[in-house]
Design a protein around this ligand. Structure first.
Ligand code: PAF
Length: 284
C-alpha cells in the first residue's frame, strides 16, 4: 500500500495503471474510518483492479469553523486499517497544496436546487464545498468507479448530479448505511458523543422506523399526513433531548414533498444532540 500526499505523484501513479488497461475504484473519505467506510472499500475492491482511498478533511464543506477544528483526525489508525484491507493507494493531500491560493479563492461549483434544500438550507455552501472537492479528486485520480455511503443521502444525489453536469466519466455507486447493533448510523461524529448522548442516539433510527411503519400501514396518505408524521417525530425527539433541524418525508428521486405514496419515499432526519449534529435516513 502506498501513502502519497503529493498530487502529481498520485495522478501519475493512477495514469500508469490506466495506461496498462487496469481499472480504478475510489472511496473518498475525511478519515476517522469506521466499519461503514470499510464496507465501501470492500465494495470498491470488488469493482476494479486498484482501490484508491483519499483522506482529506475538506475545509470548504464546513460552514462552522468550530466543527472543522473539532473534526476527529486519526491518520495513523486509518492507514493501519487500510493496510489490512489491501488498499493500493491512500491519497492524503494537504489543504495548502489542494487549494494553493487559499480556500477563499476557490471557485466553487453550484449544482442548483438539490444543494439548497434540507442539508443545503441548514448548512449554506456545504454541498458546493463537497462538489468542488470531489470534482478535484476525480480529476486527479480519474477513477472508473467511486463508492459513497447512502447515509449522506443528499450528498449522494449531489455527486450524481456532479457527474451528469461535468464530463468526469465515473460511475457512482451508493451503498446502504452501516449501523451499530442498536441502530445508530455509523459516523465519525459518533466518537464525539458523551456516554449519555450515545445511549440516546439510537432514538433517531427508532423514529425513522416508526414513521416508515406508519406510512406503510396507511392506504390513503397525503401531504398533510406526512407533515403530521414529521411534526410528531420532531416532538418525540425533542422530548428526549434532541434539537431537530428537520425530519422530512420526501420523494426519493427529487427530494420534493410528496402528495401521496405512489412513488418511493425517503425519510431524512438531522438533529443536534448536545454539540454534535447527526443525520440519518431510511427508504420507504
Ligand atoms: O462524505 C464525506 O466524507 C465527504 O463529504 C467527502 C465525500 C469525502 C468529501 O469531502
Amino acid at each position: 500500500m502506498q501513502i502519497i500526499s503529493d498530487i502529481k505523484k498520485t495522478s501519475s501513479l493512477c495514469q500508469k495503471w490506466r495506461d496498462k488497461g487496469e481499472s480504478i475504484s475510489f472511496v473518498p473519505t475525511m478519515g476517522c474510518l469506521h466499519a461503514g467506510h470499510l464496507s465501501l472499500i470492500k465494495k470498491a475492491q470488488s469493482l476494479a483492479d486498484h482501490v484508491v482511498v483519499s483522506i482529506f478533511v475538506n475545509p470548504l464543506q464546513f460552514d462552522n469553523a468550530d466543527d472543522l477544528l473539532k473534526y476527529p483526525v486519526t491518520l495513523d489508525e486509518d492507514t493501519l486499517k487500510l493496510a489490512d484491507f489491501n488498499v493500493d493507494l491512500v491519497f492524503t493531500p494537504k489543504a495548502n497544496a489542494f487549494y494553493p491560493d487559499g480556500e477563499n479563492q476557490v471557485k466553487q461549483i453550484d449544482l442548483g436546487s438539490i444543494t439548497v434544500l434540507l442539508e443545503g438550507a441548514q448548512r449554506p455552501g456545504h454541498f458546493a464545498g463537497v462538489a468542488t472537492v470531489v470534482k478535484h479528486l476525480f480529476e486527479i485520480i480519474r477513477p472508473n468507479v467511486a463508492v459513497f455511503g447512502e447515509k449522506d443521502f443528499q450528498q449522494l444525489m449531489v455527486i450524481k448530479q456532479l457527474v451528469e453536469t461535468f464530463p468526469l466519466d465515473v460511475e457512482i455507486i451508493g451503498m446502504p448505511t452501516f449501523r451499530e447493533q442498536d441502530g445508530l448510523a455509523m459516523s465519525s461524529r459518533n466518537l464525539r458523543l458523551s456516554e449519555n448522548e450515545r445511549k440516546k442516539a439510537p432514538a433517531i433510527y427508532q423514529q425513522l422506523k416508526s414513521i416508515k411503519s406508519a406510512i406503510n400501514a396507511s392506504t390513503n396518505i397525503d401531504t398533510a399526513d406526512f407533515v403530521e408524521l414529521e411534526r410528531r417525530a420532531c416532538e418525540n425527539l425533542t422530548a428526549v433531548g434532541f434539537v431537530p433541524d428537520y425530519v422530512a418525508i420526501r420523494e426519493t428521486d427529487t427530494l420534493s414533498i410528496p402528495e401521496n405514496h405512489n412513488n418511493s419515499l425517503v425519510i431524512l432526519v438531522a438533529v443536534k444532540l448536545g454539540q454534535i449534529r447527526l443525520i440519518d435516513n431510511i427508504r420507504v
